[in-house]
Design a protein around this ligand. Structure first.
Ligand code: PLP
Length: 390
C-alpha cells in the first residue's frame, strides 16, 4: 500500500476479500480453523505452513486491522490486543526480564503508572520516572541496564509534548528500545516510528474507534519485535476479539477526517477557555503560548481533541462545573464523537497516591475535556453556562 497516501491507506490497507467477494471487510467470528488432514494441522501448528490456527493469535479480521494500522503508523507489523493496557502488558512481559530498567515519563496515563508500579517491579524490573521534557534527566537515567524507554506524547491529560527524535537518540546510545504512546495523536496526526521510536503503543478504544463502542489496543514495530509480541499473545492471550477488530477497522477509515474536526473544535474551545476569568490555565498544544507549541507543530499534523484546564477554586469548582454540564457526558473515556468531561484526580488518576498525583501534576482543580465533533457553538455554550454556575 506504500504507493498510496494516508487517507487512502486508511480505507484500503490490509483488506482480505473472501470468495464471497464482499466489499466491506468480513467478521470472522470463529475460535478455531479446520483442516483437511492431521498432517495439515500439524504443519500449521508447528509453523511449517502459514495460515490460521486459533483466534487467540491468528484471526483474519484481527489481521486486517493489524495490517491497516501498521501501514498507517509506517511500521512493518502490528499486533492487536484486547485493550490499550493489554498492549502495555504485552510490551512489558515480552521485552523485560529481571534486572532490566525501564525509564518512563512521569506524565503517563494513571493505569500505566499502576501497571508499572504494581506488576512490573514485582518481577525485579526497576522503573525510574523522569520529567518528560527534562532531556538531561532522560540521559542521566538511561543506563546500560535500560531495556525500555517509555512516554506519552501528547500526554493525557496535561498535554506534555516530548521530543521523540531526541529521546530516541538517547535510548539508542545505550542500546535501549523506545516505545511511544501516541493515543492522543493517533496515526492520523503523528508517526513516532518515522521520528525514531522503535515501538508505538495505541489504545484503539479512544480516537481509533472514535465512537466509544469497543476496547482495543495495539503495538506497532518491526517484524522482528512484533514476532516477540505475537509469541507472548499465543501463550498469554490478551487478544482482540474479531468483532472489536471489525469496528476498529472501520474506525480507521474515518480517523483522518475526525481528527481534523476534533482538532479544530478543541483549538476553538482552548482559545475560549484561555481568556475566561475562572480558568487558571489551559493545557493544549495548539495554543501559541503552550510551552511546547513549536515542537507540537513540528512533530504533529494537528493538535488533536483533548485538552485540560485548571479552575480557580480546586475540587469544589471542578465538581460544580462537571455537575452542571448539559451537553457533555461525564465519563472517563476520551476520543468519542461526543464531548466528554472528566475530573482526572478522582477518576482516571484516582488510584494514584497523593504523592503519585503530585508527581504527575494532577491537581484537584484540573478538568479534562475530550472535545467531540458536535457544532462548536453548542460545545462552547455548554462550557460557558457550566462555568457560570461556579
Ligand atoms: C486510555 C489510555 C490507555 C489505556 O487504554 P485502554 O484501551 O483503556 O486499556 C493508555 N494510554 C493512554 C494515553 C490512554 O488514554
Amino acid at each position: 500500500m506504500s504507493e498510496y497516501k494516508n487517507a487512502t491507506t486508511a480505507i484500503h490497507a490490509g483488506v482480505r476479500q473472501t470468495q464471497e467477494q464482499e466489499n466491506s471487510e468480513a467478521i470472522f467470528a470463529t475460535s478455531s480453523f479446520a483442516y483437511g488432514s492431521a498432517a495439515e494441522a500439524a504443519a500449521k501448528f508447528g509453523g511449517d505452513e502459514g495460515g490460521n490456527i486459533y483466534s487467540r493469535f491468528t484471526n483474519p479480521t484481527v489481521e486486517m486491522f493489524e495490517k491497516r494500522l501498521a501501514a498507517m503508523e509506517k511500521g512493518e507489523a502490528a499486533v492487536a490486543t484486547a485493550s490499550g493496557m493489554a498492549a502495555l502488558m504485552t510490551l512489558a512481559y515480552s521485552l523485560l526480564k529481571q534486572g532490566d530498567r525501564v525509564v518512563c515519563s512521569r506524565n503517563i496515563f494513571g493505569s500505566s503508572i499502576k501497571f508499572f508500579n504494581a506488576y512490573t517491579v514485582k518481577f525485579g524490573v526497576e522503573v525510574v520516572y523522569v520529567d518528560a521534557t527534562d532531556y538531561d534527566a532522560w540521559e542521566a537515567a538511561i543506563n546500560s541496564n535500560t531495556r525500555l524507554c517509555y512516554f506519552e506524547t501528547p500526554s493525557n491529560p496535561l498535554y506534555e509534548v516530548v521530543d521523540v527524535e531526541r529521546v530516541s537518540r538517547l535510548a539508542r546510545a545505550k542500546g535501549a528500545l523506545l516505545c511511544v504512546d501516541t493515543v492522543l495523536a493517533t496515526p492520523a496526526l503523528q508517526n513516532p516510528l518515522v521520528q525514531g521510536a522503535d515501538i508505538v503503543m495505541q489504545s484503539a478504544t479512544k480516537f481509533i474507534d472514535g465512537q466509544g463502542r469497543s476496547l482495543g489496543g495495539a503495538l506497532i514495530s518491526s517484524k522482528e519485535i512484533v514476532e516477540q509480541f505475537v509469541a507472548f499473545m499465543r501463550s498469554a492471550g490478551p487478544t482482540m476479539s474479531p468483532f472489536n477488530a471489525w469496528i476498529l477497522l472501520n474506525g480507521l477509515e474515518t480517523l483522518e477526517l475526525r481528527m481534523k474536526a476534533h482538532s479544530s473544535n478543541a483549538l476553538h474551545l482552548a482559545k475560549y477557555l484561555e481568556q475566561h476569568a475562572k480558568v487558571k490555565h489551559v493545557n493544549y498544544g495548539g495554543l501559541p503560548n503552550h510551552k511546547s507549541h513549536e515542537l507540537a507543530k513540528k512533530q504533529q499534523k494537528g493538535f488533536g481533541g483533548l485538552l485540560s484546564f485548571e479552575l480557580n477554586g480546586g475540587k469544589d469548582a471542578a465538581w460544580k462545573f462537571i455537575d452542571n454540564v448539559k451537553l457533555m457526558s461525564i465519563t472517563g473515556n476520551l476520543g468519542d464523537t461526543k464531548t466528554l468531561v472528566t475530573h482526572p484526580a478522582t477518576t482516571t488518576h484516582g488510584r494514584l497516591t497523593p504523592e503519585e498525583k503530585q508527581a504527575t501534576g494532577i491537581s484537584e482543580g484540573l478538568v479534562r475535556i475530550s472535545v467531540g465533533i458536535e457544532d462548536i457553538d453548542d460545545i462552547v455554550q455548554d462550557v460557558e453556562q457550566a462555568l457560570n454556575t461556579i
